[in-house]
Design a protein around this ligand. Structure first.
Ligand code: SF4
Length: 323
C-alpha cells in the first residue's frame, strides 16, 4: 500500500423532499455511511446501478454538495473543519470531470475562456501566463491550441470530453473524480478517452475516483473497486480479486451480466428480480434482501457489517461471510 491521499469515513448525504398534502417530509438516504481510502496514484472504481448513490458520493466527497454526516480527510486535513477560503484554495487539487460533455460546457463561451476561467478564479499567473497554460493543456489532451477560438458546439462528443478533462487538469490537481466520463460517448470513442485518462495519470501522477455503471470500463481502468447498493458499499477489493472471486451476491449478479469474449469463462447468469427499492424507504436488515437469491431469515432483520474477509483487503457486507 502506498501513501493515503484521501480517507472517507462514514460519509452520508441525505436529501429532504418537501411535505405534500399534509404528509411528513421524506428523507432520501442517497449515501448512507460510506467508508474507503484512496492511495496516492491509484484509481479506485465505484460501480453500481443507476441511483445507488455513487455520483452523490463523488460530489459529497469533494464537498461540491455538503455532506450530511461523516468526514473526508484529504492529506490529513478534515475537509469539514476547513474555512470557506481554505476549502476554495484546496479545490485546485480536487477536481471533477462530469458525465455529460454536452451539458457541462457553457455553449456561449469559447474554449479559451472555458479553460481560462478556473485560472482566473484562483488568481493563477499573469494574463500571458494563463494563455500559455491554455495552449499547453490543449496540446496535452490532444486537441491543439488552434481549437481555443471555437465554441463547444463545434466539437464532437469525444473532443468535448477532452475539453472537460483539460478544464479539470489546468489547475494541476492531485485527485480527479471522474463521474461516468465515457458513458455519453460512442463505444469507439470511449477507449480513446480511457487511454487519455491513463496517460495523464502517468504523466501528472494523478489519483482517480472513477465512477461508472459499466463494470467492463471500471475493470479496465481501476486498481481497486467498490460496489455500491442503495447508498452503501457492499463490497470493496483489489480489482483482480473482485472480478475473479466476487463475494457479495449483488456483485456476482452484476458480473454475471457482463459479456465476456470466452463463453466458457462466463459466470452463470444471475437474474435479479424486482426493482431497486427506493432510498426513501430502504428495506430493513440487508437492503439487498428483497432481490437476493441467497437471502436468509436474518437478512430481513440484521444489517450485515461491512468488514474485511481476508488478507487481500477484501471487504464485504453479507451474512454469508459470517458462516
Ligand atoms: Fe443476500 Fe443476506 Fe448476503 Fe444480503 S446479507 S447479500 S440478503 S445473503
Amino acid at each position: 500500500m502506498g501513501e493515503t491521499l484521501l480517507q472517507v469515513h462514514e460519509l452520508k448525504k441525505y436529501f429532504h423532499s418537501k411535505k405534500r398534502l399534509g404528509k411528513p417530509d421524506t428523507i432520501i438516504k442517497a449515501v448512507d455511511g460510506v467508508s474507503f481510502e484512496i492511495q496516492k496514484g491509484e484509481t479506485v472504481g465505484l460501480v453500481g446501478e443507476s441511483g445507488c448513490g455513487k455520483s452523490t458520493t463523488g460530489r459529497a466527497l469533494l464537498h461540491l454538495i455538503k455532506p450530511t454526516g461523516g468526514e473526508v480527510v484529504y492529506k490529513g486535513k478534515p475537509l469539514s473543519r476547513l474555512s470557506v477560503n481554505e476549502l476554495r484554495h484546496l479545490r485546485q487539487e480536487l477536481q471533477i470531470v462530469f458525465q455529460d460533455p454536452y451539458a457541462s460546457l457553457d455553449p456561449r463561451m469559447k474554449v479559451r475562456d472555458i479553460l481560462l476561467e478556473p485560472l482566473e478564479i484562483h488568481g493563477i499567473g499573469t494574463k500571458k501566463e494563463r494563455l500559455k497554460k491554455v495552449e499547453e493543456i490543449l496540446e496535452v489532451v490532444g486537441l491543439g491550441e488552434h481549437y481555443a477560438n471555437r465554441f463547444p458546439h463545434e466539437f464532437s462528443g469525444g473532443q468535448r470530453q477532452r475539453i472537460g478533462i483539460a478544464r479539470s487538469l489546468i489547475l494541476h490537481p492531485a485527485l480527479i473524480v471522474a463521474d461516468e466520463p465515457v458513458s455519453a460517448l460512442d463505444v469507439s470513442i470511449q477507449s480513446q478517452i480511457l487511454n487519455l485518462l491513463q496517460d495523464l495519470q502517468e504523466q501528472f501522477s494523478l489519483t482517480y475516483l472513477f465512477i461508472s455503471h459499466d463494470l467492463s470500463v471500471v475493470k479496465h481502468i481501476s486498481d481497486r473497486v467498490g460496489v455500491m447498493y442503495l447508498g452503501r458499499l457492499v463490497e470493496f477489493a483489489p480489482k483482480e480479486r473482485l472480478y475473479a472471486q466476487p463475494a457479495h451476491p449483488y456483485t456476482r449478479a452484476l458480473l454475471s451480466a457482463v459479456p465476456v469474449p470466452n463463453p466458457d469463462a462466463a459466470l452463470e447468469r444471475i437474474i435479479l428480480t424486482g426493482d431497486v427499492p427506493s432510498p426513501a424507504n430502504p428495506p430493513s436488515g440487508c437492503a439487498f434482501h428483497t432481490r437476493c437469491p441467497l437471502a436468509m431469515e436474518k437478512c430481513k432483520t440484521d444489517r450485515p457489517e461491512f468488514r474485511q474477509v481476508d488478507a487481500e483487503s477484501h471487504y464485504v457486507a453479507c451474512h454469508l461471510q459470517d458462516e
